[in-house]
Design a protein around this ligand. Structure first.
Ligand SMILES: [Zn+2]
Length: 264
């Protein structure tokens, strides 16, 4: 049976003899691996249609219970051109793709893979329409953390429930009140940082315009969320190391001496 299915390419790996293995998140089947034979040859007609972080239509012989298939054809439906041309957006997209790929198993619950498909598609669209790469990444990471039950608790002190909070503790899983922060030896955060972190953790991608008004950058929030993922899910998150190193700040407000210390 020659199946045609729409999917988003999360990852591309070289494979023997000019072949590549694509990790594709399908709307219909969840995450599958497709082997594209000869795809690295100049003459391959599939070559230009298997770029990571694009949406395409793929044909292969689907069989239930299998997770790896031989790809026959690929046809790009959505290239997300700006996403690929913009360094910040492509770095951020690589982080989200790595996180989704790590959490989403082949053969996962359809509702979860469906959720991941929609999130990744929505995030790619947001990056492609020039929304700030760091803000889109922060909101998307929170979304994935929520699906894993490891999102930060930003409603109260995670240790005693006090609603007056003074610090963010990655190890404890969210906000701490002043006295718990002192006991745990966690340094206080500025109120604006606490507010920004809470805002990011409550937002969805549909709230991007509001977030962009409220905060110039979400880099510090991205750093914290990456630490949450490393600490509570044990992912190395190599793509985030690259994101941190290469990201170029372009936000409208960059006070040279705001007194905010780096690396909250
Ligand atoms: Zn407390």
């Amino acid at each position: 049976m020659n199946e045609k299915a729409v999917g988003l390419i999360l990852k591309e790996q070289d494979y023997k003899e000019n072949a590549v293995i694509l990790t594709v998140l399908f709307e219909e089947y969840g995450k599958l691996s497709l082997v594209a034979q000869g795809a690295r040859k100049m003459s391959s007609k599939n070559r230009g249609n298997i770029l990571p972080y694009t949406k395409g239509e793929f044909s292969f012989d689907y069989r239930e219970g299998k997770t790896m298939f031989r790809m026959k054809t690929a046809h790009t439906l959505e290239l997300y051109r700006f996403l690929h041309e913009d360094l910040n957006a492509s770095l951020a997209c690589a982080v989200l793709a790595e996180v989704i790929n790590a959490f989403l198993m082949e053969g996962a619950e359809p509702s979860f893979s469906d959720h991941c498909f929609k999130l990744f598609e929505e995030a790619c669209t947001a990056w492609n329409t020039k929304h700030p790469a760091d803000i889109v990444l922060a909101v998307s990471l929170v979304d994935v953390l929520k699906t894993q039950g490891i999102a930060p608790d930003v409603d109260e002190c995670v240790l005693c429930g006090d609603t007056s909070v003074s610090a963010i503790s990655v190890n404890d899983g969210g906000f701490l009140c002043a006295s718990c922060a002192m006991k745990r030896n966690v340094r206080f955060s500025e109120p604006m940082r606490l507010r920004a972190f809470r805002l990011i953790n409550k937002a969805k991608l549909e709230h991007l315009p509001v977030l962009e008004e409220a905060m110039g950058s979400a880099l510090k929030e991205c750093d914290l969320l990456a630490e949450f993922i490393r600490t509570h899910a044990g992912l190395p998150l190599r793509s985030y190391t690259l994101f941190q190193r290469m990201f170029q700040e372009t936000g409208p407000e960059l006070p040279a001496s705001s007194g905010v210390t780096k690396g909250a």
